[in-house]
Write a protein that binds this ligand. Structure first.
Ligand SMILES: [Zn+2]
Ligand SMILES: [Zn+2]
Length: 294
């Protein structure tokens, strides 16, 4: 029996999706390798990877959505690669309005910042990237890319995981590579270590930063139960709530991105529970302490 007869024949959009994701992974790998010696090319390649991953997700809705002028989309032209594709803004807008995949405001802002850097580098002169690059500026470039990767990686491995399952191993390898290549953030962390130690001795708490992975995220209580987290190394900033678990009373952290979970009781804290617990209606004598960001 001819085994080839039994092979799955991919749809045209499947082939295109696969090539977009493979290219995105290659560009990202290149971006990491270039970061130290050629930061300019690293940003350009990082942006290309970002755009390709977003387009790949859009392609999962329908191939025609990747074409800039949907009304003129032709399958034959698409298959031949003979079309003008969407810009970053259009891609994000179509993801939101058609695929119902809206990103968080800080994710949009971060992706657009990388796009703006890339545009300035490709079309104009970009002062920050002219050699010799100052260590402070370099640390900022690294932290911006780390932040963008953090948001993109989170999308690919959680919300959009179902579409990227065949590539998860490669994405995990990239994640390791990116975190191994943070030389400048490491030197910044080492430089700040004495200050962090001193602050800890004064009772200020630090946790491991989700973006750069150093124990350099300073925790500040704003208004119970609202807290703020500021990373001294990569400048990542976020708010969160600390709520006692309704079952075991252990503290649960609730991030603006989603629900919080008690790992012991596997209880999820959702927005409805927060409104019920912290809402002004339930505590008429107390000032509402719902996080304005949530
Ligand atoms: Zn950090
Ligand atoms: Zn619990």
């Amino acid at each position: 029996m001819n085994r080839r007869l039994h092979q799955h024949t991919p749809e045209p959009a499947d082939d295109h999706f696969d090539s977009l994701v493979r290219n995105a992974i290659n560009f990202l790998r290149k971006s990491v390798q270039e970061l130290e010696k050629f930061p300019k090319y690293s940003v350009i390649h990082f942006y290309m990877a970002l755009e390709l991953f977003l387009k790949a997700r859009l392609l999962r809705e329908h191939w025609a959505l990747v074409v800039l002028k949907v009304e003129k989309a032709s399958l034959q032209a698409f298959q031949n690669g003979d079309f003008v594709s969407v810009t970053l803004d259009e891609c994000l807008q179509r993801l939101e309005t058609i695929a119902n995949e809206s990103l968080l405001p800080h994710e949009y802002e971060c992706f657009r910042t990388i796009r703006d850097h890339r545009n300035k580098l490709v079309h104009f002169f970009h002062r920050d990237y002219q050699p010799p690059i100052k260590e402070k500026i370099f640390a900022r470039i690294v932290s911006e890319q780390c932040k963008a990767w953090f948001y993109l990686h989170r999308l690919l491995t959680t919300k959009w995981k179902i579409h990227f399952v065949p590539y998860l191993k490669q994405i995990a390898r990239l994640e390791k590579l990116i975190h191994r290549n943070q030389h400048f953030l490491l030197s910044k962390f080492k430089a700040l270590a004495p200050e962090i130690k001193e602050a800890k001795e004064k009772g200020i708490s630090f946790v491991v930063c989700d973006v750069c992975r150093y124990e350099s995220a300073r925790i500040k209580k704003l208004l119970n139960p609202l807290f703020e987290q500021n990373c001294l190394v990569c400048n990542w900033h976020s708010h969160f709530l600390k709520i006692p678990c309704p079952q075991c009373e252990k503290s649960i952290t609730v991030w603006p991105e989603g629900d919080g979970e008690c790992k012991d009781c596997e209880i999820n804290i959702c927005l409805d529970y927060l409104l019920e617990r912290l809402g002004p209606d339930q505590h008429p004598k107390e000032e509402s302490s719902i996080a304005p960001l949530l």
